[in-house]
Design a protein. Structure first.
Length: 279
């Protein structure tokens, strides 16, 4: 769905959305919804420590921490609390969930089985966003349970798309690898910038200049890849002249025990840890 279509859908939304938890991801979602035209009066937020930005949205109509009895069943309940507190928080949401409610979870590691046990007979979407959601450039992968109908899936996508692209899978087991690639992936990119800056300093550049060069190069290359119709391999080849400086560096990075092998091991380790955390 395009951004304009998403904005139109949210600007016309007249039911209640409950958002539970206003950490970085929850806050990014709420601000994205409002920026796309959602009437703040449609939103109920539960957060014990609201930020100044959220307090400002309260002045525009967002309802903050009302009694559950005064909310009633919502069209959507978005669960954005830390997974550690989920066993205490999620069962208490039953009064907010009706026969037509879809629950959208962005909690890492909390499975559909966990959510279905806490909220029986409920339409549930489990999703995995990533931190570029904070600037509207995230990507979220979502998986529905069997109770989610097409209109609920569309609504969930409208809400999740407020922070970036949305992909859907049918196999929940894939979310462990998704977590390892896109959920943890920003950290790998930031490490690349760190390592490139250190390598530049080791080659003789002033450390502050090397850091600025690395930061701008990683950020600019990411933006180029975002805008280009070419895939990453083609973009890499476009930078690489036979026998040139880039080719010399890539011979090291693409060696049998180079970057490909390291990232494969890293993603496998993150996938395994995600499986362990999910139980």
């Amino acid at each position: 769905m395009s951004t304009s279509q998403n904005a139109s859908s949210l600007s016309q939304f007249t039911e209640t959305i409950v958002l539970v938890g206003l950490g970085k991801m929850g806050s990014a979602l709420l601000e994205g919804w409002v920026d796309l035209g959602l009437d703040p009066r449609r939103v109920v937020v539960f957060e014990p420590q609201p930020s100044a930005r959220i307090i400002h949205l309260v002045t525009r109509g967002v309802r903050l921490n009302p009694d559950h009895a005064n909310v009633g069943p919502a069209a959507v309940v978005v669960v954005a609390v830390k997974p550690q507190v989920a066993p205490d928080v999620v069962p208490g949401l039953k009064s907010l969930v009706g026969s037509g409610t879809v629950v959208v979870s962005i909690m890492a590691g909390r499975t559909l089985h966990f959510l279905e046990t806490a909220l029986p007979d409920t339409a549930i979407v489990r999703s995995m966003p990533n931190t570029p959601a904070a600037i509207g450039r995230g990507i979220t992968v979502a998986v529905p349970n069997a109770r989610v109908n097409p209109s609920q899936r569309e609504l969930a996508e409208d809400l999740l798309a407020a922070t970036g692209a949305v992909e859907w899978v049918d196999d929940e087991g894939l979310l462990d690898a998704v977590t390892a690639v896109s959920g943890s992936g920003p950290a790998y990119v930031f490490l690349l910038a760190e390592s490139l800056a250190r390598a530049g300093a080791a080659a003789g550049l002033p450390p502050d200049l090397s850091e600025r060069l690395a930061r701008a190069t990683v950020a600019g290359s990411g933006e180029l890849m975002q805008r280009s119709p070419l895939d990453a391999a083609a973009l890499r080849e476009n930078v690489t002249s036979p026998g040139g400086t880039t080719a010399a560096a890539l011979a090291v990075l693409m060696a049998p025990h180079g970057l490909d092998a390291l990232l494969e091991k890293a993603v496998a380790a993150a996938t395994k840890r995600s499986q362990e955390l999910a139980g």
